[in-house]
Design a protein around this ligand. Structure first.
Ligand SMILES: [Zn+2]
Length: 65
């Protein structure tokens, strides 16, 4: 099961994505840069789902994507 599959399944189940983030840096906001954040963003991108989370930074990605 790929990360994108997980995102698609979560969408079907109505997973509250804003509550499910994990970030290696452990800050108050997901950094958007560490491996954990990058994997999450990649999964959402591949699934064609908008990640509702606010990131401190989105490396290599438009801010409104
Ligand atoms: Zn992070």
């Amino acid at each position: 099961m790929s990360k994108a599959d997980i995102v698609r399944r979560g969408e079907e189940l109505g997973v509250p994505w804003a509550l499910t983030w994990s970030c290696y840096l452990g800050g108050a906001m997901a950094c958007g840069v560490c491996d954990s954040c990058q994997l999450r963003l990649k999964g959402f991108r591949e699934a064609g789902v908008k990640d509702p989370l606010t990131y401190a930074s989105r490396r290599g990605r438009a801010a409104n994507a």
